[in-house]
Write a protein that binds this ligand. Sequence first.
Ligand code: ATP
Length: 450
Amino acid sequence: MSDDGWLFVGPDALLNEYEPSQSYTLGGLCPVKLGDSVGPGTPPRYRILFKLGFGSFSTVWLARDGVERRNVALKIVEAKSTAGSQELNVLERLRAPNSTAGQEPYVIQLLDSFEHTSANGIHQVLVTEPVLPLLALDSTFQRQVTKDVLRQLIEGLAYIHGHGIAHGDFYSANFGFAVPEIDRFEELEFWEQDNPRIWPVIPFSPFCDPHSYPPYLCDNLDLSEFLSRWAPDSVEHPLSVRIYDFGGAYVVDGSAPPRPATPLFYLAPEIVFPQVALNKEDPPWDQRSDIWSLGVTFHNLVTGGGVYPNIQVIHFDDGQLPHYMAHISGEIPDAWRDYIDSRPWPSSMTEEFWERRKALYAQRGVEDPAGLVRLMRRMLVLDPAKRPSAQELLDDPYFSDSAKNVVGSAHPPTLLPTDIPRGEEALSHESPQISSLDRIESPTTVDTVR
Ligand SMILES: Nc1ncnc2c1ncn2[C@@H]1O[C@H](COP(=O)(O)OP(=O)(O)OP(=O)(O)O)[C@@H](O)[C@H]1O
């Protein structure tokens, strides 16, 4: 059982596996039930079938579009984040007219949007295609994480940047794959094939508005499991990447960027250094910061761990991160020198570090480990002005034969990122505090080659 102070949820529901029930309050999440219809028209166009997930600002639902007769994802944003959200504006800019197979932008596509009023306020609803989140991959899908998938991620990022947008939360939890097979299932077939698990919500306090919270919370539909079971052929075609969650993105037009949403270990040095060394809360960042995050993410995708060496995550001191960054990039800018020298740091050689990384990639069965190391080192450069653009990265020799698997066929799928943070860990969306570190990487996922 769980007690959020105001509301009782349970029994047996596990904390962190569903959205916090105290978020169902004025200004908070939109209370919905399975089977509710929302959207324009009479009856309203979208009927809610299952929960797909939740984030810091929203719940996401699988819904049946009664007009187009297809299945869609509805991201229902909490009321207090609706007015200031740039996500709709960003997704509208990223709409690709008539994309066809082979010319896909690898970015989730907005199908519709509307506002929905609940007892908690006005909620923005973003209608997109449903995707299979990368972190939900089961071993069947994991086999297909290829060099081509890494290239698609860069292509997607080049598309985003080419539209004047910086993503700001570019890491494994925000990548998925297209699942066109989901449209094969009619509403009743979903219900017949998987039973949603629900947990009753009961108010403790007489001050709770009974219209503010739903009668129950739901488990997420495990799309990976569902498709492996009911549409096993969906693993037979090559995966097509979809980058999503543009809640932290902004149009780079000279206006002040929002506070970056990226978890600390994926944040770029131009954000981390001012924050930890100069106490500047909101340093500027842009597309080039996404390139650093991409470099860190590549390591995470092929190993499941974090790029920084020997980090004791539990007791990690944020102030030490510039040292790690200087270590892996092999440079200490003049502006950093006093700060780096002011703290003890058991430095070791950058070249040695990358040799060990190369050995780790080879151990994990990565194809062309030296090529991957060269590619990552181009991204993990401290000075953002010296980082290549996503477009330039596409010409890297690593991708000259991008149809091949990153992970060689001699190695079974268990060598793929089985220990990428999942569930609530992966959803952590806090400002970069030590608490978010704890959730992003368990100590066991860090550096396994010394
Ligand atoms: N189109 C989609 N198809 C399937 N699942 C989705 C889709 N969009 C989001 N999800 C699921 O819902 C979760 C929350 O979505 P999203 O990350 O966009 O929300 P958020 O409120 O901006 O949260 P945060 O920024 O904290 O991650 C995702 O981690 C994913 O599991």
